[in-house]
Design a protein around this ligand. Sequence first.
Ligand SMILES: [Zn+2]
Length: 468
Amino acid sequence: MNQQQNLEYINKMWDDSIIPALQKYIQIPNKSPHFDHDWKKNGYMDQAVELIANWCHDNAIPGMKLDVVQLENRTPVIFMELPGDSDETILLYGHLDKQPEMAGWDPDLHPWKPVLRGDKLYGRGAADDGYAAFASLTAIKSLHEQNIKRARCVILIEACEESGSYDLPFYIDALKERIGSPSLVICLDSGCGNYDQLWMTTSLRGLAGGVLTIEVLKQGIHSGSGSGIAPSCFRILRQLLNRIENELTGDIILTDLHTNIPEQRIQQAKQAASVLDKSVYDDLPFVDYVQPESTSISELILRRTWKPALSVIGIDGMPSIENAGNVTLPKLSVKLSMRLPPSCDAEAANKKLHDTLVSNPPHDAKITFTSGDTGSGWNAPELEMWLSESASKASQRYFGKDAVYMGEGGSIPFMGMLGKKFPKAQFVITGVLGPASNAHGPNEFLHIPMGKKLTACVAEIIADHFNR
Ligand SMILES: [Zn+2]
């Protein structure tokens, strides 16, 4: 492959076509079904599907088949088949549904307003994960331009990822014959530690959690009558959380939620720590003088990728401060989100959480725990030599630095499903979600040079897969 030609072609595609398309895509508020229960009626998802499917159609290579597949009462998927020069299959995956708006955007930015500023395209969903469809097809197109041989490719773009991909298993079933048995999976929905090299995701955490509700009174009462007699739901909440988390360190106490960390992953965390150094926490928007949970960088990386961690992400039953009178509260609900180690069984973890929280209720309070999104994580199978060499070469060619291997703290439910279904497949899980890109939060941006170089690397790896 002529690397210069590859990069020039890809850069031009991004500048002339992908960025304008992403600017239109950002304007569509196609929130994932969890965040827009009326998604079907509102029609935004269909708009996003149409935009991406039309772009892919206009940029099709000869022989390519594109279908928008929609099973009844399910979110749609875009499915593309691109015949190749061997019987082997490469599956490229991405998603087009988005996280909700979230507060805190800068005054001149907005989730549904594309703002191009320097190297960055701001707006919801371009980096997570709208660009994936465009980049996947462009990488294959670049190979086509140079007449480079490759395996048959299928591109699958779903619309339910931010809701836990609950529709996807039905499509994997429905499209079984057409997907085939991929020997390589490429997923462009992950993160990168910096924008200076290729980052290969070696693991993803799983997710457990749900809504914990504590009820003590039939209604709220004057705290002059209630406090001192009626137990405080907030104090009971503190007790219950202390059963699962050490309140001083943030360590999760439940041993069932921990797994052994493989030695290779510990070594890779040390290498990643030497590349990233303090940026592991400096890149987070800490308030002045706030300290991270450990002073060791590699320990912070392991805490984020191989250890369970609890976030309390929502609360009901507590008035806003503006409306807070002196009242003994009757009932409190919190939503718990527990990230799990890659090889931890999420169903078992959720059962453990449930049993721990509802057993022996303090003061015999009425306590319920309703499980929410649950999904096991993923740990990459051992990397084959050709792929490790290919990633290294691609990173050197397009970034001038070696590839780095690191786990991610987030989840991509589909990877767990694929790992189980195709245990022999190799995985390239990478992405543009680097420092400050802030997917799911305010001021999300896509780092355009990263997107371009990553696309070039994907083309390189697809070519190497054929020649291995
Ligand atoms: Zn995503």
